[in-house]
Design a protein around this ligand. Structure first.
Ligand code: LLP
Length: 431
C-alpha cells in the first residue's frame, strides 16, 4: 500500500481517501473511478513553491498539464499560484475555460499547428516554448500578421541521458524535441534576435525525462544550460533572463520506490543552477520548473470492481476488473508497475499473489502482474495506487468503453470533477 496524503484504512477496514470511504464512493459513483486527494494536490503545489522560494531567489512552478488536466485541476493549480504548461490547443482551451490567468500559461509542443500558434498569440499566453526553426519562422509571420509580440523560450536538448524508460527519456541527443545544443540553437537565437518587433527571447528550456529518481542528471543539465547561456551572451551579446528546467521528478509506484523529496529535489537543482551561474559568471536566471507527475501522481487512486476470477492451474490466478488499459495504459506502454489493495478488505492480510487483468480484448491488458491480496471474491473493490498522473490524461475509449469519471475528495466530501462517460458520449460524434 502506498501511504500517500490522506489515504488510510478506516475502522471498518475500508480504504479511505480525503476522509471518504471508498466503498461508499463506489456505491454512489460507480466503478471504475478515478479519485483525487485534493488535500495532497494542494500540498504538493505548496511544497514545490515553498521549496523554490527557500532555495532560490526568483522562480516559478509551472504544473505540466499533460499529467492530468481537467478544468477543476486548472482551477486548483491557479488558486495555488502555479503556472500551467499546456501542450496543445485542447489543453489551452481547457485552461481558458477554467479561467486560468493567461499570463501564467506556457505553450509547449514539438509540432504546434499554425492554428494552435495563432490561438496562443490571440490570448497572449505568457510564453511560447519554441521547438524548431520552422516554428520560429511561423511565429514571426503570424505575429507580424496579428501585430503581436511573443515572449519565447527555446527548448534545447542538453544531451543528458536520464535513467528512466526510453519512451519517456527526452533530453538525449537523438530526440524529436528541441534544438540541438550548439549551432542549431544559436541559429534559433539569431532568428529571434532578428525579429525584435515580433519576438522577445526570454530564455531556454530543457526537459531531460520523466519518473527520474537521481538528481545528478538534472545537475548536469543545469551546468550544460548555463554554459550555453554564457555562450549565447558571448556570441550575441544578449543575456537571457529565464531558465526552465522542465519536469521529471519521480514518484512512488511501489512501496520500495524512494524518489527524492520535493524539497531535496528543488534545493539540489537550485544549488546546481546557482553554482553553474557563478562558474560562468552569469547573472542568476529566473528558475522555472515544470513538475507534472510529482504533483498529481500519488494523489490519485483508481477504484475497480472485481468480476471474473480465473485459475490457470499451476501458473496464476487472474482477477479481472471492470477497467484496464483504457483507463491506465502505462503498464502496457512502459511496463509500469503498480500496487493495489482490496478497498473493502483493506485491513486483511494478503494470502496469495494474483494477476490483475483488465477487460480489454488484449492479452497485454494486465494492470498488475503480481500483487499479494487477501482472498478475492467477485464484487470486491480493488484500489490501485498512484494513478493520478498520465492515467486519465492518456485514457481511451478502446473497445468502446466509456471513460470513468474523476472525483475530487477532501475533508469527507466528494465532488465530481469529471462526469463518467455514457454510451451516448461514445456515439455522439458518429455520423
Ligand atoms: N515539461 C515538459 C516539457 C515535458 O515534456 C514533461 C513531460 C513535463 C514537463 C512533466 O514531466 P513530469 O514532471 O510529469 O515527469 N506518459 C509518460 C510521461 C510522459 C512525460 C512527457 N513529458 C508516463 O506515463 O510515464
Amino acid at each position: 500500500m502506498i501511504q500517500a496524503g490522506t489515504i488510510l484504512v478506516n475502522g471498518q477496514g475500508h480504504l479511505e481517501i480525503g476522509g471518504c470511504d471508498t466503498v461508499e464512493l463506489a456505491q454512489r459513483y460507480g466503478t471504475p473511478l478515478y479519485i483525487m486527494d485534493e488535500e495532497l494536490l494542494r500540498k504538493n503545489c505548496r511544497r514545490f513553491r515553498n521549496a523554490l522560494r527557500q532555495s532560490y531567489s526568483h522562480g516559478q512552478i509551472i504544473f505540466a498539464g499533460k499529467a492530468f488536466l481537467v478544468q477543476a485541476m486548472a482551477r486548483l493549480v491557479g488558486e495555488e499560484g502555479l503556472g500551467l504548461d499546456v501542450v496543445s490547443g485542447g489543453e489551452l482551451y481547457t485552461a481558458l475555460k477554467a479561467g486560468f490567468p493567461t499570463e501564467r500559461i506556457f505553450f509547449h509542443g514539438n509540432n504546434k499547428s499554425v492554428k494552435e500558434l495563432a490561438e496562443a498569440l490571440d490570448v497572449d499566453t505568457g510564453r511560447i516554448i519554441v521547438d524548431s526553426i520552422m516554428e520560429l519562422e511561423e511565429i514571426i509571420a503570424l505575429a507580424k500578421e496579428k501585430g503581436k509580440k511573443a515572449s519565447v523560450l527555446l527548448r534545447v536538448r542538453p544531451g543528458v541521458e536520464a535513467h528512466t524508460h526510453e519512451y519517456i527519456q527526452t533530453g538525449q541527443e537523438d530526440s524529436k524535441f528541441g534544438f540541438a545544443l550548439g549551432d542549431e540553437a544559436l541559429e534559433g537565437v539569431n532568428l529571434v534576435l532578428s525579429a525584435p518587433d515580433q519576438l522577445e527571447l526570454a530564455g531556454f528550456h530543457c526537459h531531460i525525462g520523466s519518473q527520474i529518481f537521481q538528481v545528478d542528471p538534472f545537475r548536469l543539465a543545469a551546468q550544460t544550460m548555463l554554459k550555453f547561456m554564457a555562450l549565447v551572451r558571448e556570441k550575441t551579446g544578449f543575456v537571457v533572463s529565464q531558465l526552465n528546467m522542465g519536469g521529471g521528478l519521480g514518484i512512488r509506484y511501489r512501496s520500495s520506490d524512494a524518489p527524492p523529496t520535493i524539497e531535496s529535489f528543488v534545493s539540489s537543482l537550485a544549488t546546481a543552477v546557482t553554482r553553474a551561474a557563478k562558474e560562468n559568471d552569469f547573472p542568476l536566471p529566473e528558475l522555472l520548473l515544470e513538475p507534472g507527475r510529482s504533483i498529481c501522481g500519488e494523489a490519485g487512486i483508481t477504484l475497480y470492481r472485481v468480476g471474473v476470477i480465473k485459475e490457470v492451474p499451476g501458473i496464476r490466478r487472474y482477477v479481472s476488473v471492470d477497467g484496464g488499459m483504457m483507463d491506465n495504459i502505462r503498464p502496457a506502454l512502459y511496463g509500469a508497475e503498480y500496487e493495489a489493495v482490496l478497498a473493502n478488505k483493506a485491513d486483511r492480510e494478503g494470502v496469495r499473489n494474483v494477476t490483475v487483468a483488465g477487460k480489454a480484448c488484449e492479452s497485454g491488458d494486465i494492470i498488475i502482474n503480481e500483487v499479494l491480496l487477501p482472498e478475492v471474491e467477485k464484487d470486491d473493490l480493488l484500489a490501485v495506487f498512484s494513478t493520478g498522473a498520465y492515467c486519465y490524461s492518456m485514457a481511451s475509449n478502446y473497445n468502446r468503453n466509456p471513460r470513468p469519471g474523476v472525483l475530487f475528495v477532501r475533508n469527507g466530501k466528494a465532488r465530481a470533477a469529471v462526469r463518467r462517460e455514457t454510451y451516448e458520449h461514445l456515439v455522439a460524434l458518429d455520423m
